[in-house]
Design a protein around this ligand. Structure first.
Ligand code: PHE
Length: 444
């Protein structure tokens, strides 16, 4: 393996890593996508399937990505090359970096809209939204003002760039340590307000009633996709975050809290969203419509609507920002490691690239949807598959396990069981499951 580059930074502490990885994992998908998936696909039955997907698929790949980064202390392209030994594997690593770059392009556009709505909420402009038609014309009025869309996108990318400028410890770590607790407080406020509202139990029923008949194969694949996306897998992020860990870190001890917190936040988000929506007698919508239409109307029907809409869009903006920086970091790490660029130069170039790639999405809602579909349905699953093939088959599970065991010495849990779990999931189950997603995407 190549020696580490002299400039490479490390996390300041295990907690620092946990907050940063949590910041990456908790994003728009937790608050917007997860609730609707649960409500529309069998409630608690969907949650059960989702948890199984997390345990047998996402969590092992999450650990595998961290392990890969930690083994090489390089960006994904360098790490893939170190372990795979050929240029082809290096290209595979580049592919994951480009996926992260691509994701950050359209993520910044939607996040820009969130920032714009936050500004509207603070000014009280959202208070006029009282019907679906009103919400829609408000949304499209903004979108038809390209300067609004592009302006908000620039603001958001600039915010991300400011954090990224300061590096791993002072940027990624410090920002996440500060922003994540604020996010959790806002979420608790929203969930408590929802639970306190009339008819909250209707929302809870929609969310948690066990409806096994709604758990179709498609629902299982949606659960799998969500479990994958929420942990920011398949796009070089966790490989890069792992590359800032030192070899003595126990990957399970730092990985478990991230996944547990991410799951709890998703469930709390779902509780907040549905208790509020049902309490005002509305039906939930999905994705963008839920975010920009249903919820603003619902907030305005509640006594503390002004604070609720500010809290909600602030919550989304924080979740999006800590995810955005994590999607841009692999490309920055690549330019620093492989091209010898300074962090500042890499951040400037990546930020401009992210802005440019987002422009078509900011201009057209359809293009945005295509980008979203290509990234989440195609590129990310392929990225995850490449990691499992590299560690499970190319490097070999024995070497991967040896690497995994660094940091596990003296741990109290049953090591052979852990090894069996890792082998089974990374070598066999995960590639098969990803293959199943790919088939689903291709044939539906
Ligand atoms: N984990 C993020 C989410 O749930 C997804 C993401 C991470 C997107 C990193 C982009 C970059 O929204």
């Amino acid at each position: 393996m190549k020696p580490q580059t002299a400039h490479r930074e490390f996390w300041g502490s295990k907690m620092g890593f946990v907050f940063a990885a949590m910041g990456s994992a908790v994003g728009l998908a937790n608050i917007i996508r997860f609730p609707y998936l649960v409500g529309a696909n069998g409630g608690a039955a969907f949650i059960a399937i989702y948890l199984i997907c997390l345990v047998v698929l996402s969590f092992p790949i999450f650990i595998a990505e961290l392990l890969l980064g930690r083994a090489c202390h390089r960006n994904p392209a360098g790490a893939f090359e170190d372990i795979g030994g050929t240029k082809t594997w290096r290209y595979a690593g580049c592919f994951t970096i480009l996926t992260g770059f691509f994701v950050s392009g359209f993520y910044a556009v939607v996040s820009g809209w969130v920032v714009g709505y936050l500004a509207d909420a603070v000014q009280g402009s959202l208070l006029v939204i009282d019907s679906s038609a009103g919400a829609e014309s408000f949304f499209y009025m903004h979108l038809r003002t390209p300067l609004w869309s592009l302006g908000m996108q620039i603001c958001f990318v600039l915010l991300a760039a400011v954090i990224l400028f300061s590096g791993v410890r002072n940027g990624l770590e410090r920002a996440s340590k500060f922003l994540m607790p604020v996010l959790i407080l806002l979420l608790l406020y929203m969930a408590m307000t929802g639970l306190d509202a009339d008819n909250a139990q209707r929302g809870l029923h929609f969310l948690f009633d066990l409806q096994w008949h709604e758990v179709t194969p498609t629902a299982c694949l949606l659960a799998l996709g969500q479990a994958f996306f929420t942990l920011s897998l398949g796009q070089g992020t966790m490989i890069t975050y792992g590359s800032y860990l030192n070899r003595k870190t126990n990957l399970f001890v730092i990985g478990v809290p991230v996944v547990v917190a991410d799951t709890i936040i998703s469930i709390l988000g779902a509780i907040a969203v549905f208790t509020i929506v049902f309490s005002v007698g509305m039906e939930p919508d999905s994705g963008m419509a839920l975010m920009f239409k249903t919820l603003p109307i619902a907030f305005n029907s509640m006594p503390n609507g002004y604070f609720l809409s500010i809290s909600f869009f602030a919550l989304l903006a924080l979740a999006a920002l800590t995810s955005q920086i994590s999607a841009m970091e692999p490309a920055i790490a690549y330019l620093m490691d492989e091209r010898g660029w300074s962090r500042k130069r890499a951040v400037v170039v990546v930020s401009i690239g992210v802005f440019l790639i987002g422009i078509p999405c900011a201009m057209s809602y359809n293009v945005l949807n295509v980008f979203d579909f290509v990234a989440t349905g195609v590129l990310i699953p392929i990225g995850g598959l490449l990691v499992t093939l590299l560690l499970g088959w190319r490097w070999g599970i024995k070497k991967s396990i040896r690497q995994l065991n660094f940091g596990l010495e003296g741990a109290t849990f049953n090591q052979p069981m852990l090894e069996l779990y890792f082998t089974l999931c990374v070598k066999y189950l995960a590639p098969l499951a990803i293959f199943a997603i790919a088939l689903q995407v291709l044939f539906t």
